[in-house]
Design a protein around this ligand. Structure first.
Ligand code: KG4
Ligand code: ZN
Length: 340
């Protein structure tokens, strides 16, 4: 019998979300994500707690993904998993599961780079949405990464700029922490920023070569500013939270977009894609729309569920790798510092 479709099970466990997804070619049949509330009170992800939660979640999450997809395990043609980069203890859970599953079902095993996954999430079929055309630029902005990727083909891409210290999401989260807000603080900064004046305060801007980023100076500048203002006027942070969040958000977005605009001009590429959790930011989406209109960009933003960490992006990457028979054997292991 001719099999004209490929069913891939994707597994993602690089940070604090355990996710499993079943896709049929480029169409998502299920994408189950179990978050981990356990980290909120610590102000960040606690690696040891994350790996323990992955161990508890992985089997129920995979089970739910298969059931929701309306298939049975024997229908799966290959299993794709996140090899890295990420937290070692977390990655090991997904990697071990995928190896065992491939062995038991006698199906190919595909090791996916998490960052390729964020980029290729743009090729997941979404009704009414077009897909980026090659070559395009993808700004991946998450809690762990900030990079501009030049994407020449599905499996031919190169990082042309990245952060040398904190990621954009970390800049949001660390600011939120300074303001006494819980983790992850990015969505809360977004919420307060909507009510504030973004031109009220100004913070240090980095001067980085090429398309590279740095956010640690901004964080330090915010920290000293808040300490100074609190000394002058106790309760400053509470009363001015809207303007502080709006001004910080503007600084982060200005830093992000200056480099993206430069890269687009230098390379003469107007196909611009955004990926990663920070792309949920409403200010970013608004500014991106404005910049796109000025620069004749065509912009691509995946559905939120495919922007933040999810296994569908790992499965779609696996789908493209499956076509090239890029399989690995049982000697494969997770790599926390996997290179792009
Ligand atoms: O991609 P993601 O879910 O996980 C990582 O791979 O890191 O991104 C999470 C990051 C966190 O830093 C979170 O604060 C940030 O995305 N984030 C936001 C917003 N929603 C999520 N940052 C700013 N504004 C938002 N609305
Ligand atoms: Zn991610």
């Amino acid at each position: 019998m001719v099999n004209n479709h490929t069913i891939i099970l994707g597994i993602e466990s690089s940070c604090d979300d355990t996710s499993a997804s079943v896709i049929k070619n480029d169409t998502v049949l299920s994408n189950v994500i179990a978050g981990q509330a356990v980290h909120a009170k610590y102000g960040g992800v606690v690696p040891e707690l994350a790996s323990r939660a992955h161990q508890q979640n992985i089997i129920p999450v995979v089970d739910a993904a298969i059931k929701e997809a309306g298939i049975s395990a024997v229908d799966i043609d290959a299993i794709a998993f996140t090899k890295g980069p990420g937290l070692m203890g977390s990655l090991v859970v997904g990697t071990s599961f995928a190896k065992a599953f491939a062995l038991a079902k006698k199906i190919p095993l595909i090791d996916v780079n998490h960052m390729h996954g964020h980029v290729l999430a743009h090729f997941i079929e979404e009704e009414g949405k077009s897909k980026p055309k090659f070559p395009f630029l993808c700004l991946t902005v998450s809690g762990g990464h900030t990079q501009i990727v030049l994407v020449k083909d599905y499996l031919d891409m190169e990082v042309i700029g990245s952060t040398i210290d904190d990621a954009a999401g970390e800049a949001f989260d660390k600011t939120a922490k300074l303001l006494g807000l819980p983790y992850p603080g990015g969505p809360l900064v977004d919420k307060y920023a909507k009510l504030g004046d973004e031109n009220r305060f100004e913070f240090a801007k980095p001067n980085m070569p090429g398309y590279n980023y740095s956010f640690s100076g901004l964080k330090t500048s915010i920290m000293y500013f808040l300490q100074k203002e609190e000394q002058k006027q106790a309760g400053f942070m509470q009363t001015e939270i809207n303007d502080i969040c709006a001004s910080v958000q503007k600084s982060i977005l200005d830093i992000l977009f200056v480099k993206l605009i430069q890269a687009s001009k230098d390379l003469n590429i107007q196909q611009i894609a955004i990926a990663g959790g920070v792309s949920a930011n409403s200010g970013l989406r608004k500014k991106l729309g404005e910049i796109a209109a000025q620069n004749h960009w065509e912009i691509y933003i995946p559905k939120m569920e495919f922007c933040t960490d999810n296994a569908a992006m790992i499965a779609i990457t696996g789908y493209f790798m499956y076509q090239k028979k890029l399989f690995v054997d049982q000697t494969i292991s997770a790599d926390a510092r996997l290179k792009f």
